[in-house]
Ligand binder design. Sequence first.
Ligand SMILES: NC(=O)C1=CN([C@@H]2O[C@H](COP(=O)(O)OP(=O)(O)OC[C@H]3O[C@@H](n4cnc5c(N)ncnc54)[C@H](OP(=O)(O)O)[C@@H]3O)[C@@H](O)[C@H]2O)C=CC1
Ligand SMILES: O=C(O)C1=N[C@H](C(=O)O)C[C@H](O)C1
Length: 248
Amino acid sequence: MTATRVSVIGASGRMGGEVCRAVQAADGLELVGRFDVGDDLGDLGGAEVVVEFSVPDASPANVRHCVEQGVHVVVGTTGWSSARLDELRARLTEHPEVGVLVAPNFAIGAVLMMRFAQLAARFYESVEVVELHHPDKVDAPSGTAARTASLIAAARADAGLGAVPDATTTDPDGARGADVDGVRVHAVRLRGLVAHQEVLFGAEGEQLTLRHDSFDRVSFMPGVLAGVRAVGGHPGLTVGLEHVLDLG
Ligand SMILES: NC(=O)C1=CN([C@@H]2O[C@H](COP(=O)(O)OP(=O)(O)OC[C@H]3O[C@@H](n4cnc5c(N)ncnc54)[C@H](OP(=O)(O)O)[C@@H]3O)[C@@H](O)[C@H]2O)C=CC1
Ligand SMILES: O=C(O)C1=N[C@H](C(=O)O)C[C@H](O)C1
């Protein structure tokens, strides 16, 4: 059986470097290209699948280039707003054979945490999300936290829950965090951390805390490799690793 040819965009970065090592060590995959800022993406090194971990402002153009080359893409970069996703979905209709998987988090535990949060959401009056990351991260809140909050908000709406209770009327410095679809999200940046998140659910007399920790970027690799192996079989746009893991 011939190996699947894989290229990495953002290959000099923290995640891109880890992905290059994981692809080189994986059965049935061959690393054929490493691209970073300023490189001509050209024919993407002859790749069949590209893994894209760059920066939010660059990711849409990189993905567009891959799609126009007819190459499947696994995207881990954050910043994929619904407007950006809609534009990508529309572009993919012109390339119906191409699959793009966009996932805010490739750690299996983080995907499960999001699913558990969705399940728990309807039972609790209060909920807040706290994401904690290394201080070199450029975006806040994290893509994972934003998606978690949106999923919780949708589950609350489906269950007919109203607004989360909060008597705050004075908060000039944003101490209550970001408001993502009505769910408060707090971002911590601390040297020594990698990627962590807590979802706090509260009801009268009880609290449920869901927590996930990525202590090392190797935690993202099984999910990335699963995405690389699956994306060609999922034409069009897929958002979230849960669909590849059969949790969708
Ligand atoms: N989905 C997931 O599971 C995960 C997602 N992420 C996300 O992945 C992204 C990358 O994170 P991380 O690896 O830590 O970041 P890094 O800053 O370490 O890596 C990003 C790399 O992309 C390069 N880059 C900048 N612009 C371009 C461009 N136009 N084309 C190609 N490459 C470019 C950067 O170069 P330079 O430094 O010279 O600018 C850098 O080498 C972030 O959005 C992060 O949130 C991170 C971990 C897990
Ligand atoms: O920048 C990071 O490090 C991470 N980014 C992703 C996010 O914003 O959710 C995934 C993970 O949290 C690590």
